[in-house]
Design a protein around this ligand. Structure first.
Ligand SMILES: *[C@@H]1O[C@H](CO)[C@@H](O)[C@H](O)[C@H]1NC(C)=O
Ligand SMILES: *[C@@H]1O[C@H](CO)[C@@H](O)[C@H](O)[C@H]1NC(C)=O
Ligand SMILES: *[C@@H]1O[C@H](CO)[C@@H](O)[C@H](O)[C@H]1NC(C)=O
Length: 463
């Protein structure tokens, strides 16, 4: 123990032998402080300071005790040496594990509140919170929420190197399993990292590296994150690197085709007005998911917008020819609306006929009749009535009483508005007795049903 003490301690001993001996025999922090206070009390300020400095040296960084630093700081505070006070506190706070530095922290806070500027106080608050997050992520490195909080704090407060270091530490905690649900929070660490590099640091080269490293890490054979591919592509577009954006999206649909990726890629080419590329992508998309009616419709709509009705029609034809479709009723409705929009009424009729070969659903009949009514040809009424009559015949043996009733209700309201007295009576006779009685109650329902033709549950029988 004597060997550790430097000769200066012996010099100090000359001034106050008793206390000095105490320190040497019992080198507790307590005794060092007593010794220093003794010197201070007797006005030997320089000596007091030396005792503290020796004590700091004596215990080194491995055996730091907060009490020593609190006392040392207090001593300097008494001397109105606030810069020294601050240095002492910071030195100690940086080195003592925080759970052993509670008193130190409290006293430092008190000091800064008394003398410090706001900045100093904010610093210590930030330090305290940093410390808490540091503890949390150490305890559980896969607690990504703790990393987010931690990162938010360092991003708001520190230099780029520190922020990067924390990001690098955070992303190093790859989820232990290859299950997507375990990656969902984790992937946002990468996203935030990339956004930080791009928007805060304005460093495109690093941004690119972050995206690429992340895309290499994701096990695309198991699952992918379309969002990541799309964000990367959008970043490259902002950098005016169109070819890199396309390359990334091309790779993405090669590696792990997904609806969102096709959709995003097509949207991108649409924005760039690269319609031929859109067409190629739609073709690929439909090879990947030929049953998806939304895609067929979107493709046909694109051709329509571009004024290429022949192509649009060809797309619809291919679509309705698919053996499996997820929402055939929506597809057919879209095709029919398309022909109506083109004022191709014969083609529309033809479509209704083809549709009726596949399904006899009452709503198709009603829709057909309504179409005839709105088509506005010379013999509109006759044509419309003829459809109702045909439907009446077809649904004659219909098991579904409700369906037949729905048809008659629709027919009746048509005749009621436009038909002659005798035509109205003819339909009225068809209505079942039971229904005539409750028809007042049902009138509203009937009308509503007519106008919701083509709802998604109609065609369950076709596909
Ligand atoms: C440090 O702060 C505590 C209160 O948290 C106080 O009781 C104590 O006296 C302070 N120590 C010094 C040396 O000022
Ligand atoms: C069909 O494709 C669209 C994109 O065009 C997508 O949003 C939708 O989820 C797909 N539907 C199904 C059932 O996969
Ligand atoms: C409607 O169908 C029934 C058979 O169920 C038939 O008796 C009747 O004449 C038909 N009415 C009209 C107006 O076609």
């Amino acid at each position: 123990m004597f060997l550790v003490l430097s000769p200066n301690v012996f010099c100090l001993c000359l001034f106050s032998l008793n206390k000095c001996a105490l320190v040497i025999v019992h080198p507790d922090v307590k005794n060092w402080i007593k010794y220093a206070r003794f010197e201070e009390k007797h006005g030997y300020i320089a000596h007091g300071r030396k005792v503290y400095e020796r004590a700091v040296e004596f215990f080194g960084e491995d055996h730091m005790d907060e009490n020593l630093y609190v006392a040392f700081a207090k001593f300097e505070e008494n001397q109105k040496e606030s810069e020294r006070v601050r240095v002492i506190y910071k030195y100690a706070l940086d080195r003592i594990p925080k759970q052993q530095a509670q008193e130190l922290f409290k006293n430092y806070t008190i000091f800064e509140k008394k003398y410090g500027d706001r900045r100093g106080i904010e610093d210590i608050i930030v330090n305290k919170r940093r410390f808490q997050y540091e503890e949390e992520v150490k305890a559980n490195p896969h607690n990504y929420d703790a990393w987010f909080d931690y990162l938010r704090l360092v991003e708001s407060d520190t230099d780029a190197d520190t922020v990067r270091e924390v990001y690098e530490r955070a992303i190093a905690n790859v989820p232990p399993t290859k299950e997507k649900r375990h990656w969902k929070r984790y992937i946002y660490l990468w996203i935030n990292y990339a956004l930080y590099e791009e928007l805060e640091e304005k460093d495109p080269e690093r941004t690119r590296q972050v995206y690429q490293a992340c895309l290499e890490l994701i096990p695309h054979k198991k699952f992918t994150f379309a969002k990541m591919w799309l964000m990367y592509a959008q970043f490259e577009i902002r950098q005016k690197n169109l070819h890199l954006a396309r390359k990334a999206l091309g790779t993405s649909i090669g590696k792990s085709p997904k609806h969102k990726l096709f959709k995003g890629y097509i949207e991108l080419e649409l924005q760039l007005r690269e319609f031929d590329r859109c067409r190629k992508l739609y073709e690929k998309f439909l090879e990947f998911a030929p049953e998806n009616c939304t895609t067929w419709i979107k493709f046909a709509e694109l051709e329509t917008i571009l004024g290429d009705t022949e192509r649009a029609r060809a797309v619809y034809e291919l679509a309705i020819g698919q053996p499996r479709l997820d929402m055939p009723e929506v597809l057919w409705k879209s095709y029919i609306d398309f022909e109506i929009e083109q004022e191709e009424f014969d083609k529309t009729r033809n479509l209704y006929r083809r549709l009726l070969q596949r399904t006899q659903h009452v709503k198709v009949w009603i829709s057909f009749a309504q179409f005839e009514l709105s088509a506005g040809s010379e013999d509109t009424l006759a044509k419309c009535r003829q459809i109702y009559e045909e439907a009446n015949k077809t649904l004659r043996n219909c098991e579904e009483k409700e369906e037949r009733l729905m048809l008659l209700e629709s027919w009746r309201s048509f005749e009621h508005e436009l038909g002659s007295e005798s035509a109205q009576q003819r339909v009225a006779k068809l209505m079942p007795e039971r229904v005539k009685k409750r028809r007042k109650l049902q009138a509203e329902d009937g009308v509503r049903l007519v106008f919701t033709c083509f709802q998604s549950y109609i065609f369950t029988t076709i596909a």
